[in-house]
Design a protein around this ligand. Sequence first.
Ligand code: SF4
Length: 382
Amino acid sequence: MKDIKCFEQGPIRPPSEAYSLLLRITRNCPWNKCEFCHTYKNTKFSRRPLKDILDEINTISEIKDKITALSMENGYKGEVPLQFIRQIYAGDFTEAERSIGAWLYASAKSVFLQDANSIMLPNNELVAILNLIREKFPKVERITTYGRSKTIAKRKSFEELKELKKASLNRIHIGFESGSDAVLKLINKGTSAKDHIDAGKKIKAASIELSEYYMPGLGGRRLLKEHALESARVLSEINPDFIRLRTLVVLPMMSLFKKIESGEMELANEVEVIKEIRILIENLNECTGRIVSDHMLNLLPELEGPLTDKQRLLDILDRFLSLDEHVQQHFRLGKRAGAYERLDDMNDAETYKKVEAALQNVLSTGPNALDNAIYEIANSFI
Ligand code: SF4
């Protein structure tokens, strides 16, 4: 299968789009100034010609047809089971073919349109892309993309969003980060709380699912409470389908690092961040969506569920917060080292013993050793 050319893919997608076909319809980020974000640093935003994108969808469709035909020939009835995807990865296939094979293996039900703000494309282009996806891949159930609140608030009308919904755009992921104007300014988000509300309400009114990414820790110690309370106020007004948590980690290559070095921002520790999330959830009112904790930087992945059962979510946070300080340290290290996912995992005596030995080792090397060790591990995740 060497005759089909490759197709272009951008660097990131939301965790929930891990099994989606990634289709790059714009390149990089047109804003590219958020101080906690290094994904597109030193790159330039560009729009891809519509013809190239449509050609690419046709190419992907050809690859899909070829893999399906090969599956039939090999007795897999047009499906891509584990055994067949293993053959594809071990055999003489291009990266594009492997990628489409993996998408088919994952059931080929969703498509994510990259990169950071593809919603900014003119509607006629977006509709042409969505229509061709629907025509070529009729089994696709979900098409999603990233969008900036400012772009949607100022440059997309309700009618245009309705048109996108009709053309099968099911969900928009927004980098909400915070509902506090002070925090948004601190990190140079280029968006206001009002933009978040205008964009969010418009998306919901157009019946498109809305996923808002809240960033625990982003206010640092000084703005911790305001970050949580203002975010709760703004998110309560919007009532998004999903509030997704993605905890802040600051790397030296991020501009925010300079603010920490200069003392303009003081990072909150992990326990303070859990308290911040508690303030957020406690103050969300009449939200009917879900809290999702699907990013590996989050300390408590089990903090997931409908906001209609807010008490359950608060109980998870309170369970962690009520632990003895040493046990909190133990869980933090175990979670970051990959030994634990949930608080209940500490019930495994054998694992507990191993993590405790590692913790004693780390603590014996100095007062900040645990925070430093966790920071190093978290760094390796991003
Ligand atoms: S808008 Fe998104 S992709 Fe662009 S700089 Fe900000 S966080 Fe990064």
